[in-house]
Design a protein around this ligand. Structure first.
Ligand code: DC
Length: 223
């Protein structure tokens, strides 16, 4: 049997995880949130007090890191060195730390290997920045999500509020998003790019259901 991958790429807050989770539920396939893995690496650096920009120190840190992904009732859990960090990785400071360490090649290599290993022998939908360009360049379905930065910041702020994080203003979140947009698209190692064979979806003004339908229609056409 041949398995397929659905690649969802795009900048922070463009709706990737909501879309990927929704599609995975409808199709009964595995959803892998790859950003969570980079967040776990960023969190480890913060815990150790390592500068997330210090390539040599991060390389040393990567020699002794264990990241595991488990799925319980359809939701993904991320384990860092045996500890469930699924909630800790969503805290605001971790976003920027994840973006910083994700620019370091040895971090990317380790995470890409892990993503391919987890996806082996399954139909999967992955969201991230380099899924269609690097992790699965031959993925059967590729989508690239975009949305206005202000709209993305609004969504992130609402997510944080829902998690009880109240010390962030709209301006704080917008600044982090712009910082990450710049860094994630300009880094030398697997920058965020829209590959030629990806279908672009502008999510600024469409509902989650509409996004999910665009992907499901595409997949259904093939079955
Ligand atoms: O999707 P996210 O916001 O949880 O991702 C956090 C950071 O991780 C993001 O700013 C860039 C990095 N990342 C990456 O470089 N490649 C991926 N496939 C996923 C995330």
């Amino acid at each position: 049997m041949e398995y397929y991958q659905i690649a969802i790429d795009g900048p922070s807050g463009s709706g990737k995880s909501t879309l990927a989770k929704g599609v995975a539920g409808k199709l009964g396939i595995l959803y892998l949130d790859t950003g969570a893995m980079y967040r776990a690496c960023g969190l480890k650096a913060l815990k150790l007090g390592i500068s997330t920009k210090d390539q040599a120190a991060v390389e040393e840190m990567m020699k002794d890191i264990r990241i595991d992904i488990t799925h319980e009732d359809g939701s993904q859990h991320v384990w860092l060195d045996g500890e469930d960090v699924s909630e800790a990785i969503r805290m605001p400071g971790v976003s920027v730390a994840a973006s910083d360490v994700s620019a370091i090649p040895c971090v990317r290599e380790a995470m890409v290997d892990l993503q391919r290993k987890i996806s082996e022998g399954k139909n999967v939908i992955l969201d991230g920045r380099d899924i269609g360009s690097k992790v699965f360049p031959n993925a059967k379905y590729k989508f690239f999500l975009i949305a206005d930065a202000e709209e993305r910041a609004k969504r992130r702020l609402a997510e944080l509020k829902e998690k009880g994080v109240t010390d962030q203003t709209f301006e704080d979140v917008l600044r982090d998003i712009k910082y990450r947009d710049h860094q994630d698209t300009t880094r030398a190692s697997s920058p965020l790019v829209k590959v030629e064979d990806a279908v672009e979806i502008d999510t600024t003004h469409i509902s989650i259901e509409e996004m999910i339908d665009i992907v499901l229609d595409r997949v259904a056409k093939d079955q």
